[in-house]
Ligand binder design. Structure first.
Ligand SMILES: Nc1ncnc2c1ncn2[C@@H]1O[C@H](COP(=O)(O)OP(=O)(O)O)[C@@H](O)[C@H]1O
Ligand SMILES: [Mg+2]
Length: 244
């Protein structure tokens, strides 16, 4: 992977929230899933948002991924407010600039490994030759060259998550958002996945934001933000900053 495709200018804001708030109404009751969250992810970041179940992590991730809209506040993508964008404009940003990784891998079972990784490039209408090259490169990076023709059900959990990581990277997004990426893996496999993400961050400047309740994930973070009851309670910087 060419470093330059991910690392235009390390340190520039990619995703920012301002007073981000989300309410859910259930009958008479209102749940404040997110409460005035202010947060900035910059290019080259490896940020982890850590909190218990129900603290608002998935809600935050869905807002950052422009899947769900805030009740109040704003999400800025590359400095641009998103509130007034149409569904079509949001979909375009999502498709081209955001990679997603989920707890349950979310691969398409009837497609091969290579077809799963290729899928986002069909949505962006990338020419066939370029698709081939990109899929091969991403599969090599995640250690799955030779597995192109397998189906997801012929892979281990760790291998499935590697496919999901390759798929998240294939469009060269500005940021990869991951929701509990280790939760369905045993701890050794979970660590291998985190090492893979860390290597992609360090060597190729891929920007990551991971939300998790798994404490072992924190070992891989440059920044750890703690969330509780929908509020960011604090931030801790970890490890040496990535060399420029
Ligand atoms: N679609 C929804 N409708 C109603 N309440 C929701 C919905 N999604 C999340 N919640 C509530 O918002 C809070 C935060 O949920 P969530 O973001 O899923 O937390 P986490 O991912 O940290 O476990 C919880 O109280 C949850 O029950
Ligand atoms: Mg969740």
């Amino acid at each position: 992977m060419q470093r330059s495709s991910f690392c235009y200018v390390a340190g520039t804001p990619v995703l920012e929230t301002q007073g981000l708030t989300k309410h859910y109404t259930l009958g008479q009751e209102t749940v404040r899933a997110l409460d005035r969250v202010d947060f900035t992810a910059v290019q080259g970041d490896f940020a982890v948002v850590n909190g218990p179940s129900g603290s608002g992590k998935t809600t935050l991730l869905n807002m950052l991924a422009l899947i769900d809209r805030p009740s109040e506040g704003e999400v800025l993508f590359e400095g641009r407010p998103t509130r007034r964008l149409s569904e079509g404009e949001l979909a375009l940003l999502r498709r081209e600039k955001i990679g997603l990784v989920f707890q349950t891998f979310n691969l398409i079972p009837v497609l091969s490994v290579a077809e799963n990784v290729e899928y986002p490039l069909l949505l962006t209408k990338t020419p066939r030759g370029e698709r081939r090259g990109r899929v091969a490169a991403r599969l090599e990076e995640v250690g799955l060259s030779g597995f192109e023709k397998r189906r997801p059900d012929e892979l281990s959990g760790g291998q499935r998550q590697r496919v999901a990581v390759a798929r998240a990277l294939v469009t060269a997004p500005r940021i990869v958002l991951a929701d509990e990426p280790t939760a369905n893996l045993d701890s050794a496999t979970g660590r291998q996945i985190m090492e893979l993400l860390q290597g992609l961050n360090r060597d190729h400047c891929v920007t990551f934001l991971v939300v998790t309740h798994d404490p072992s994930v924190l070992d891989y973070a440059q920044r750890v933000l703690t969330i509780r009851d929908g509020r960011i309670q604090g931030e801790e910087k970890r490890g040496a900053p990535r060399p420029a």
